[in-house]
Ligand binder design. Structure first.
Ligand SMILES: Nc1nc2c(ncn2[C@@H]2O[C@H](COP(=O)(O)OP(=O)(O)OP(=O)(O)O)[C@@H](O)[C@H]2O)c(=O)[nH]1
Ligand SMILES: [Mg+2]
Ligand SMILES: [Zn+2]
Length: 351
């Protein structure tokens, strides 16, 4: 497959020119499995690993190559393996917050044209969770398409009710499918365009992999029944690009139990113990350490006890967490239309 069939376009071309790269050394990350990579280019699909220098330069795990990334590489051993020298800027991305001491992100996939946000009709249907996935898509500039699966398990009336609930907050398209009966698959197929990359997002057990198997027409990838409680078992562990016959690319992802969107407070405080300690002396209990009078954090900066950079960094990260905390619906109320919201947020990312 040539690079353009794999999704390379003018946008990446411009960056290749900036980086002074020839097409020969450009490839796309086609699979990631616990730190091992496969890359794909005109040369075919081969294993690859980041160079020591690249691993060393990385400031956050989010900077490591992820599935869908464009990278520049050097082949060796007669083009049967490669080292990854660098990662192209990401046109779009899907990421989530990692739990832990520092506020950080984990990349789920990069350079995605649209994400199917998958929920199963019977056990998994949850507007709040849907909301969080919509925020995640908007965050990375990815177009969301809501998808209800397993519609063979509910009546037409129940389905209409669920679609109405979704549409009360989200005006985009809702696909309703059954991998068992094939219902809704014509529309699903028509949504998939050649040279475009799609990602399936959703809880474990909602039927993401089954969707792909049905599209391919055979049981290529493992699926597993869900337990009676509706809890999935995390059958899919690797993230990989599956190229469909008509030329569209689809990325299956392991189900996410929770989105990893750490609460603004928990996530923030863990990385800024010094600021938390100082804030005990702020005049107001809910002081944001911005412009409030009597702020002990700002006072410490003025006295030179806390670096200005650290304070600014804190304010910046808090703004980011708050963005995540605000629900999609709240934000929709603020903006007149979803389109405007996405546009303004995309602009914000670029700035
Ligand atoms: N009744 C019904 N069952 C389905 C449908 N689609 C999938 N299933 C079943 O749901 C179970 C889970 O499907 P998977 O495709 O493994 O789910 P997944 O989303 O890939 O799960 P993870 O890989 O763990 O994230 C399997 O037993 C499937 O047979 C459907 O349309 N109708
Ligand atoms: Mg799966
Ligand atoms: Zn303060």
């Amino acid at each position: 497959m040539n690079l353009y069939e794999l999704g390379f376009d003018k946008w990446f071309e411009a960056h290749a020119a900036e980086l002074l790269l020839e097409n020969r050394g450009i490839a796309r990350i086609s699979a990631v499995d616990r730190g091992s990579y496969l890359i794909r280019s005109e040369t075919g699909e081969v294993p690859a690993a980041p160079t020591g220098a690249l691993s060393y330069q990385i400031e956050s795990p989010a900077d490591l190559p992820c599935v869908g990334d464009w990278v520049w590489v050097q082949y060796y051993d007669n083009d049967t393996a490669a080292v990854i020298h660098g990662v192209f800027p990401r046109k779009t991305f899907l990421r989530r917050k990692t739990a832990g001491a520092n506020v950080d992100f984990q990349m789920i996939a990069a350079n995605i044209d649209a994400a199917f946000i998958v929920q199963a009709c019977h056990f998994d249907f949850n507007p709040n969770r849907l909301d969080r996935y919509l925020v995640m898509a908007a965050d990375g500039g990815v177009e969301p398409i809501v998808m209800l699966t397993k519609i063979d398990l509910i009546s037409q009336d129940e389905l209409m009710q669920k679609v109405a609930i979704i549409n009360s907050a989200y005006k985009g398209r809702v696909l309703a499918v059954s991998s068992l009966t094939g219902s809704g698959f014509d529309e699903f197929q028509q949504t998939l365009c050649p040279r475009r990359t799609y990602c399936l997002l959703g809880s474990s057990g909602v039927g993401k992999t089954t969707l792909i198997n049905r599209l391919i027409g055979r049981e290529t990838f493992d699926t597993r029944p869900v337990s009676d409680t509706g809890e999935g078992t995390h059958t899919t562990s690797r993230r990989q690009i599956i190229v469909l016959r008509q030329g569209a690319m689809l990325i299956d992802t392991p189900g996410m139990r929770e989105l990893g969107l750490v609460g603004a407070d928990d996530g923030m405080n863990a990385g800024f113990e010094d600021i938390v300690r100082l804030s005990a002396k702020c005049r107001y209990a809910d002081c944001s350490h911005g412009h409030e009078p009597g702020c002990a954090v700002r006072a410490a900066v003025d006295r030179g006890e806390l670096s200005k950079d650290r304070h600014l960094n804190y304010l910046k990260l808090r703004k980011e967490s708050e963005y995540y905390e605000m629900s999609y619906i709240d934000r929709r109320k603020k903006d007149k239309t979803f389109g405007r919201f996405v546009k303004s947020f995309k602009k914000q990312i670029r700035e």
